[in-house]
Design a protein around this ligand. Sequence first.
Ligand SMILES: Cc1cc2nc3c(=O)[nH]c(=O)nc-3n(C[C@H](O)[C@H](O)[C@H](O)COP(=O)(O)OP(=O)(O)OC[C@H]3O[C@@H](n4cnc5c(N)ncnc54)[C@H](O)[C@@H]3O)c2cc1C
Length: 399
Amino acid sequence: MNEQTSEARERAQALRSAIRRFYDEVLPPDLKLKSKHHQVLDKADYVQWMRLLNEQGWAIGHWPGEYGGQAWSLLERFAFEDQFARLGCPWIIPFGVKYVGPVIYTFGSPAQKARFLPRIATTEDFWAQGYSEPGAGSDLAALRTEAIRVDTSEGNHYVINGQKVWTTYAQWADWMFCLVKTTRDAQAQKAISFLLVDMKSPGVTVKPIPTMDGYRHVNEVWLDNVRVPVDNLVGAEGEGWTYAKFLLKNERTAGAIVGMAWHALDRLKGLARQHSAVPSARLQARIGELELRFLALEEAAYQAVEAMMRGTDHGAEASLIKLRGTELYQDIAEAAIDTLGFAGIAYDPADVHAGAHPPLGPDDAEGIIKDHLYNRAATIFGGASEIQRNIVAKGVLGL
Ligand SMILES: Cc1cc2nc3c(=O)[nH]c(=O)nc-3n(C[C@H](O)[C@H](O)[C@H](O)COP(=O)(O)OP(=O)(O)OC[C@H]3O[C@@H](n4cnc5c(N)ncnc54)[C@H](O)[C@@H]3O)c2cc1C
């Protein structure tokens, strides 16, 4: 281990300790309770949560110092996401601080930096990610939403027409970063530009898509003659694909899935102990196998982070962790439901909202079905498993 890595490890350990103290001493009881009971959080909860993280300097800890961050190493970044997920804390909403913020400070204009970055850090603006479209998910470059530039004496702007889909929390968003085609002439990827769209603009319509857990996380976003000032173009016209890929690299950091798998496994072990004095040999073997898969995942994640820090990574590490981590998480969730037997089937979507009547099923089973149903999507969003396998095949096997 070289000096740089050993120093980063120490800082990462110190961050983990600070997070555990924050959880014990600072996190308000209502947020803690909602997370513990796996209830859904509403916008006010998430804003409160993100602001608390920002007060600790953590929401943008990975940003460079000149933009208010702490220039965390990849190991600190991993520890931050992993430790909060292990504690079962709320999702660290990535759209502002993790996705669009770094794009703006890397490629944006001075005016965009001054206008957007401080409000991203404090979650004064809530952001959504407008990448996917019907027919353009895995094959993102096939997107069809068009932004035609119109220059007039009253100002220059783009007029956007098209549809985005699966847009998480668009119903709450003040802004959406959006991939659009600004020309019909160029080859697909060269036609793409990166625009910042004010969700209050006339012509923006958000339509919820109910998911099978009974909640509304995702939406269709319709853009009908939406006017966006040219000042909201990030970087250069036709260079959006470069920025989109830069963002996707940030999207695929591995900490959260490792921590989530640890938390779910810990909960599964607790359930197994509570629901039978001596868990059956079959259940013990199943948990043992899941635990081994977790240990392999955790070790692979540490090796990947350290390889990235040394610059010796092969480029497919994040895909491998995402693939194995999401599959493991889904298998743990299934094992938890099986452990509960018939009680595992009881589910009323109303239970996941705070203040609802006592949940169906055993007290310790809250949220298990919700998590199971929602996390079927984990092997789709952020790049479907088949796509991750293709990346691994290319990066590791050279196929
Ligand atoms: C809960 C949820 C939240 C989401 N949030 C957002 C969001 O906030 N913003 C956003 O922009 N998008 C979001 N998405 C969209 C997500 O990124 C896409 O669903 C994902 O990229 C897959 O695209 P698709 O749905 O069009 O499926 P498709 O790309 O049509 O894929 C369908 C199937 O074909 C397989 N497949 C496709 N191409 C290949 C290939 N080349 N080789 C092998 N198999 C292939 C896929 O793996 C998949 O199994 C979200 C999705 C979900 C489910």
